[in-house]
Design a protein around this ligand. Structure first.
Ligand code: RB5
Length: 144
Protein backbone atom coordinates (compact mmCIF):
# COMPACT_ATOMS: atom_id res chain seq x y z
CA UNK A 1 0.00 0.00 0.00
CA UNK A 2 1.17 3.52 -0.83
CA UNK A 3 0.34 6.25 1.70
CA UNK A 4 -0.27 9.63 0.06
CA UNK A 5 -0.92 13.05 1.56
CA UNK A 6 -0.73 16.72 0.73
CA UNK A 7 -1.59 20.21 1.88
CA UNK A 8 -3.62 22.74 -0.13
CA UNK A 9 -0.53 23.64 -2.19
CA UNK A 10 -0.19 20.03 -3.29
CA UNK A 11 -3.84 19.08 -3.66
CA UNK A 12 -4.11 19.46 -7.44
CA UNK A 13 -0.92 17.54 -8.15
CA UNK A 14 -2.04 14.83 -5.72
CA UNK A 15 -5.18 14.32 -7.85
CA UNK A 16 -2.92 13.64 -10.87
CA UNK A 17 -0.83 11.17 -8.86
CA UNK A 18 -3.99 9.39 -7.65
CA UNK A 19 -5.06 8.97 -11.29
CA UNK A 20 -1.70 7.36 -12.06
CA UNK A 21 -1.92 5.03 -9.04
CA UNK A 22 -5.40 3.95 -10.09
CA UNK A 23 -4.35 3.36 -13.72
CA UNK A 24 -1.49 1.21 -12.44
CA UNK A 25 -3.81 -0.72 -10.08
CA UNK A 26 -1.58 0.26 -7.17
CA UNK A 27 -3.22 0.14 -3.75
CA UNK A 28 -3.10 3.45 -1.88
CA UNK A 29 -4.58 5.25 1.08
CA UNK A 30 -5.22 8.98 0.76
CA UNK A 31 -4.57 10.72 4.09
CA UNK A 32 -5.82 14.10 2.85
CA UNK A 33 -6.19 16.95 2.57
CA UNK A 34 -9.22 16.63 0.31
CA UNK A 35 -9.63 20.12 -1.17
CA UNK A 36 -7.76 23.40 -1.64
CA UNK A 37 -8.79 24.97 1.70
CA UNK A 38 -5.72 26.12 3.64
CA UNK A 39 -4.33 23.51 6.05
CA UNK A 40 -1.09 22.87 7.96
CA UNK A 41 1.30 20.50 6.14
CA UNK A 42 2.89 18.92 9.29
CA UNK A 43 -0.41 17.15 10.06
CA UNK A 44 -0.38 15.32 6.71
CA UNK A 45 3.36 14.67 6.85
CA UNK A 46 2.90 12.94 10.23
CA UNK A 47 -0.06 10.84 9.08
CA UNK A 48 1.82 9.50 6.05
CA UNK A 49 5.11 9.10 7.95
CA UNK A 50 3.39 7.12 10.71
CA UNK A 51 1.73 4.84 8.14
CA UNK A 52 5.18 4.11 6.68
CA UNK A 53 7.06 3.50 9.96
CA UNK A 54 4.25 1.33 11.31
CA UNK A 55 4.55 -0.88 8.22
CA UNK A 56 0.97 -0.19 7.17
CA UNK A 57 2.37 1.42 4.00
CA UNK A 58 5.42 0.29 2.01
CA UNK A 59 6.16 3.83 0.82
CA UNK A 60 4.71 7.32 1.06
CA UNK A 61 4.18 10.28 -1.23
CA UNK A 62 3.82 13.81 0.17
CA UNK A 63 3.08 16.98 -1.74
CA UNK A 64 2.93 20.59 -0.56
CA UNK A 65 3.52 23.83 -2.48
CA UNK A 66 7.29 23.39 -2.61
CA UNK A 67 7.70 19.93 -1.10
CA UNK A 68 10.08 21.48 1.42
CA UNK A 69 7.94 21.95 4.53
CA UNK A 70 6.25 18.58 4.19
CA UNK A 71 9.58 16.75 3.71
CA UNK A 72 11.17 18.52 6.69
CA UNK A 73 8.19 17.52 8.85
CA UNK A 74 8.21 13.89 7.64
CA UNK A 75 11.93 13.56 8.32
CA UNK A 76 11.32 14.35 12.02
CA UNK A 77 9.65 10.94 12.36
CA UNK A 78 12.21 8.28 13.31
CA UNK A 79 12.79 5.81 10.50
CA UNK A 80 11.61 8.16 7.77
CA UNK A 81 13.89 9.05 4.90
CA UNK A 82 11.85 11.53 2.89
CA UNK A 83 13.46 12.72 -0.35
CA UNK A 84 12.44 15.90 -2.13
CA UNK A 85 12.74 15.12 -5.85
CA UNK A 86 11.89 17.21 -8.87
CA UNK A 87 13.89 15.21 -11.40
CA UNK A 88 14.12 11.58 -12.49
CA UNK A 89 17.81 11.14 -11.65
CA UNK A 90 17.23 12.15 -7.99
CA UNK A 91 14.22 9.82 -7.69
CA UNK A 92 16.28 6.87 -8.93
CA UNK A 93 19.38 7.76 -6.89
CA UNK A 94 17.50 8.27 -3.64
CA UNK A 95 15.95 4.81 -3.91
CA UNK A 96 19.25 3.15 -4.85
CA UNK A 97 21.47 5.03 -2.39
CA UNK A 98 19.25 6.25 0.46
CA UNK A 99 16.47 3.66 0.41
CA UNK A 100 14.13 6.67 0.71
CA UNK A 101 10.73 5.60 1.96
CA UNK A 102 8.83 8.83 1.22
CA UNK A 103 8.88 10.89 -1.97
CA UNK A 104 8.16 14.59 -1.49
CA UNK A 105 7.32 16.98 -4.32
CA UNK A 106 6.13 20.55 -4.75
CA UNK A 107 2.85 21.06 -6.54
CA UNK A 108 3.90 24.61 -7.39
CA UNK A 109 7.26 23.44 -8.74
CA UNK A 110 6.72 20.45 -10.98
CA UNK A 111 4.10 19.72 -13.66
CA UNK A 112 1.96 16.59 -13.67
CA UNK A 113 3.76 14.80 -16.53
CA UNK A 114 7.16 14.95 -14.88
CA UNK A 115 5.69 14.31 -11.41
CA UNK A 116 4.07 11.06 -12.55
CA UNK A 117 7.34 9.91 -14.12
CA UNK A 118 9.17 10.71 -10.85
CA UNK A 119 6.58 8.72 -8.88
CA UNK A 120 6.89 5.80 -11.30
CA UNK A 121 10.68 5.70 -10.90
CA UNK A 122 10.48 6.12 -7.12
CA UNK A 123 8.00 3.26 -6.71
CA UNK A 124 9.78 0.85 -9.05
CA UNK A 125 13.47 1.37 -8.26
CA UNK A 126 14.83 -1.06 -5.66
CA UNK A 127 17.42 -0.18 -3.01
CA UNK A 128 20.90 -1.20 -4.19
CA UNK A 129 21.63 -3.17 -0.97
CA UNK A 130 25.27 -2.03 -1.33
CA UNK A 131 27.20 -2.32 1.93
CA UNK A 132 28.36 1.30 1.79
CA UNK A 133 24.81 2.58 1.44
CA UNK A 134 23.53 0.33 4.25
CA UNK A 135 26.35 1.68 6.45
CA UNK A 136 25.57 5.32 5.67
CA UNK A 137 21.85 4.86 6.27
CA UNK A 138 22.57 3.23 9.63
CA UNK A 139 24.71 6.25 10.53
CA UNK A 140 21.73 8.53 9.86
CA UNK A 141 19.55 6.41 12.16
CA UNK A 142 22.24 6.45 14.88
CA UNK A 143 22.03 10.25 15.09
CA UNK A 144 18.46 10.19 16.35
C1 RB5 B 1 1.56 26.75 1.80
O1 RB5 B 1 1.26 28.02 1.33
C2 RB5 B 1 3.04 26.45 1.60
O2 RB5 B 1 3.80 27.15 2.52
C3 RB5 B 1 3.30 24.96 1.72
O3 RB5 B 1 2.53 24.29 0.79
C4 RB5 B 1 4.72 24.51 1.48
O4 RB5 B 1 5.22 25.03 0.29
C5 RB5 B 1 5.64 24.66 2.61
O5 RB5 B 1 6.82 24.29 2.55
Amino acid sequence: MIAIGCDHGGFELKQEILKYLEEQNLTYKDYGCYDTASVDYPEYAKKVANAVVSGEAEKGILICGTGIGISIAANKVKGIRAALCHDCFSAQATREHNDANILAMGGRIVGPGLAVKIVDIFLHTPFSEDERHIRRISQIEDER
